[in-house]
Design a protein around this ligand. Structure first.
Ligand SMILES: CC(C)(COP(=O)(O)OP(=O)(O)OC[C@H]1O[C@@H](n2cnc3c(N)ncnc32)[C@H](O)[C@@H]1OP(=O)(O)O)[C@@H](O)C(=O)NCCC(=O)NCCS
Length: 235
């Protein structure tokens, strides 16, 4: 398996097709935009099994709400047959090496708080830190993963050289309900209620001054660990 930076048209084309396959999307990131990212300060990486692209990550410089320039990671995807063998992690770590080389202090991205594998991957495997909660940030995406659900998202920042946040005071746990993906397939209306309810609970705790310190998991699922913290957001 090899990870390399993409810049030529045929490989960017292949990256677009891979994105469409993974998300089942009719409107993947246009190739023209990938060309812009690849040639104007962005980082487009492909993971290859021989000649075949099996994983992709796309990032470009962004400016956060306090004026810091960072690498915004637009997407990360690995073909189902190649998952759970640390390829996603390897792509993120490669992405970080480029960000660091460019002098950027962190990589930022969003993810769906109800996606337990992603929560574990982002917060525990990588150690990204939760920076904020964004309500229905992309509107309805209509793809195979998101359907017509509201796109409530967690906004994380990741710099693997930073120490974790220090918890203090009261700690709380918020479990991700089981069967989220199944409910989304079988009953979209209830899945929407679930998404709104879970995000509403997160927002309520956030507004009480609690922050997400990380994720835990056992055989019954994944949970968020919350605590008061004496530190400002760490990025
Ligand atoms: C998220 C994604 C990129 C992870 O890729 P991956 O190559 O499987 O990731 P890794 O092998 O490096 O996984 C590291 C950890 O993430 C978690 N994880 C990732 N995918 C998982 C899954 N489908 N089910 C359960 N856990 C998963 C696991 O905890 C895994 O560690 P473990 O094997 O010790 O339990 C991949 O699942 C994917 O393409 N998903 C669809 C697109 C998506 O959701 N992208 C992210 C949002 S943009």
């Amino acid at each position: 398996m090899e990870i390399r930076r993409l810049s030529h048209m045929p490989e960017l084309d292949a990256a677009t097709r891979l994105e469409a396959t993974i998300w089942g999307a009719s409107d993947p990131t246009p190739r023209s935009l990938l060309v812009v990212f690849a040639h104007h300060g962005g980082v487009v990486l492909g993971a290859y099994d021989g000649d075949d692209i099996v994983g992709v990550t796309v990032g470009f410089p962004g400016i956060d709400e306090i004026g810091t320039v960072y690498l915004h990671s637009h997407l990360l995807g690995v073909l189902p047959a190649y998952r759970r063998s640390r390829l996603g992690e390897a792509l993120k770590r490669a992405q970080w090496r480029y960000a660091e080389e460019m002098g950027l202090p962190y990589i930022g991205w969003t993810y769906d708080p109800l996606m337990a594998p992603n929560a574990w991957f982002n917060l525990s495997v990588l150690g990204a830190q939760v920076q904020g909660l964004w309500e229905n940030v992309y509107g309805s995406l209509g793809d195979a993963i998101n359907g017509d659900l509201p796109t409530h998202r967690i906004w994380v920042a990741w710099n693997p050289t930073r120490p974790p946040l220090q918890a203090w005071g009261e700690r709380r746990i918020m479990r991700i309900p089981p069967g989220v993906a199944e409910l989304r397939r079988s009953d979209p209306a209830r899945a929407r209620e679930q998404a709104d309810r879970f995000f509403g609970q997160m927002t309520a705790w956030w507004n009480q001054g609690f922050r997400v310190m990380g994720a835990g998991r056992d055989e019954s699922g994944v949970w968020y660990e919350w605590s008061e913290t004496s530190e400002k957001v760490n990025r």
